[in-house]
Design a protein around this ligand. Structure first.
Ligand code: CAA
Length: 238
């Protein structure tokens, strides 16, 4: 397996285990992550998910460059489409909160993975960026859409066009990450965040995620979605 799963006190920790490639996302990792997130949706023992990378150097150093170096346009399009459908969109739409514990480099598809999560906590050694244009491509796993949503269009364009990395402090200043902590307290901080969410109604938490996402969907009136979700809350036991 290329991912490690550990369940404790309602929190599922998923660790990407490809340290020799700085946890780069190949098709197998994407498939295994998608399956784990899927199963967690109906697992009553799981109330929150924390996603991190193995080792102390990288969260995820991107999509696996070696896998797509010789791709045609058609294959490139399929890679982005399948990755978004199978994993990135599903993480964003997870009914259970997903927290990225960014423990080092989060580049390209790695940053895009963190962007699809609901909350990001970074260790002080983390470095983040979308280097794709330096490789002659553009972000393909949602980076051109989710980065502007999170940091604003100006900062997102600076990061995407310059291909430069930002350090953890700068990431916190521009809202890219929710908090920066020393590397040794990263996981505990992520768990603390998870536990603070888990104190609340799981139904209301998942409905709130749904309502927030609605505002970013084409053709959906976010305020109307909120009204509907607010009403639906009263129909639940919680
Ligand atoms: N894909 C495949 N292998 C990768 C990788 C990636 N994205 N990133 C790192 N690796 C591998 C390296 O090839 C190397 O393997 P070997 O020892 O077998 O050569 C190993 O991981 C260690 O990497 P480095 O020796 O390069 O480590 P470093 O400390 O010198 O540098 C780094 C670290 C700055 C993160 C550097 O590895 C790097 O720049 N990686 C590539 C980052 C990148 O461009 N990511 C974007 C990918 S494109 C994308 O994600 C497209 C998309 O949106 C869909």
């Amino acid at each position: 397996s290329l991912i490690l799963q550990h369940k404790s006190d309602g929190i599922l920790t998923i660790t990407i285990e490809r340290p020799q490639a700085l946890n780069a996302l190949n098709a197998a990792v994407i498939g295994q992550l998608a399956e784990a997130v899927d199963i967690a949706q109906t697992d009553e023992e799981v109330q929150a998910i924390v996603l991190t990378g193995s080792g102390d150097k990288a969260f995820v150093a991107g999509a696996d460059i070696k896998e797509f170096a010789d791709f045609s346009g058609k294959q490139g399009k399929a890679l982005a489409q399948e990755g978004q459908d199978l994993l990135f969109n599903r993480i964003e739409r997870s009914a259970k909160p997903v927290i990225a514990a960014v423990n080092g480099f989060a580049l390209g598809g790695g940053l895009e993975l963190a962007l699809a999560c609901h909350i990001r906590i970074a260790s002080d050694n983390a470095r983040m960026g979308l280097p794709e244009v330096s490789l002659g491509v553009i972000p393909g796993y949602g980076g051109t859409q989710r980065l502007p949503q999170i940091v604003g269009k100006g900062k997102a364009l600076e990061m995407i066009l310059s291909a430069k990395m930002v350090g953890a402090e700068e990431a916190a200043t521009c809202g890219l990450v929710n908090a920066v902590v020393p590397a040794e307290s990263l996981m505990e901080t992520a768990y603390k965040m998870a536990r603070s969410i888990m104190k609340n109604s799981p139904m209301a938490v998942s409905t709130a995620i749904q309502a927030v996402l609605a505002g970013y969907e084409d053709g959906i009136n976010g305020l109307q979605a909120e009204i509907n979700c607010f009403g639906a809350s009263f129909e639940t036991e919680d």
